[in-house]
Design a protein around this ligand. Structure first.
Ligand code: DC
Length: 224
């Protein structure tokens, strides 16, 4: 019998924080007119919901329940609603990133979010941005990309973004924070941050956003 199931194309963009995954993924999604999964936002929202409900990050069962029942809506104009309230700015702070990384070590939380992440896979295609998109969530992706850059380079980029938004920060603090987050994301037992065996690794340290974007498009042209 013929297999009539449609294979929806997926490009996974994984890598550590501050490497430009979000920017590259958004460009690709807009160019291809595909759906976009910002998986980090789900961890950030889970952590924020815990803070709002006074649930300590160590209480795995309770945090997993929160993840399972997260009432979230991503609006096309960039707003992110948690229980109807726009929390986009709240989930993008450096502290929200650290909190997300803490709930992300909990296997039950990852399991609860796995189902939600898979639900983003819809025609005509999906750009999935995160840490374990190519290894765990979409192991059959059409193309897997893993972006890297040194902690110093990533801290410089983050510094520029934060200063432009009017925040006052020190580069040395950002390097330290990035190192700590990498350490936690790479060394957790559940779905640690690492490239899939069949991922294309791109070191973005000396590349512009456009150069990275063009490289990914070329890679996709070669596999589709
Ligand atoms: O991509 P981000 O900075 O928004 O992610 C925030 C944290 O969420 C990150 O430090 C680790 C966690 N995360 C994860 O464990 N797995 C993912 N697929 C995405 C994010």
């Amino acid at each position: 019998m013929m297999d009539c199931a449609i294979k929806i194309p997926i490009i996974t963009i994984d890598g550590p924080s501050g490497v430009g995954k979000g920017t590259i993924s958004a460009l690709l999604a807009s160019h291809l007119n595909w759906h976009y999964l910002d998986s980090g936002a789900l961890y950030r929202l889970t952590a924020l919901a815990c803070v709002m409900q006074d649930i300590p990050f160590e209480e795995e069962d309770k945090v997993a329940k929160i993840a399972e029942n997260l009432a979230v809506t991503f609006l096309p104009q960039g707003a992110t609603l948690l229980q109807g309230q726009d929390v986009e700015e709240q989930i993008r702070t450096a502290q929200a990133g650290v909190h997300a990384s803490k709930v992300a070590v909990l296997p039950k939380v990852r399991e609860a979010l796995l189902i939600r992440q898979k639900a983003f896979l819809q025609v005509p295609g999906l750009i999935a941005d995160g840490r374990d998109m190519g290894t765990t969530v979409f192991p059959n992706a059409s193309l897997k990309v893993f972006l890297t850059a040194s902690p110093e380079q990533r801290a410089k980029r983050r510094y520029k973004q934060l200063i432009e938004k009017g925040n006052s920060v020190k580069i040395a603090d950002l390097v330290e924070e990035i190192r700590e987050r990498d350490e936690r994301d790479m060394n957790r037992s559940a779905s640690p941050l690492k490239p899939a065996q069949d991922a294309h690794i791109i070191d973005t340290s000396e590349l512009t956003i456009n150069e990275v974007y063009q490289s990914v498009l070329q890679l996709y042209d070669a596999v589709r």
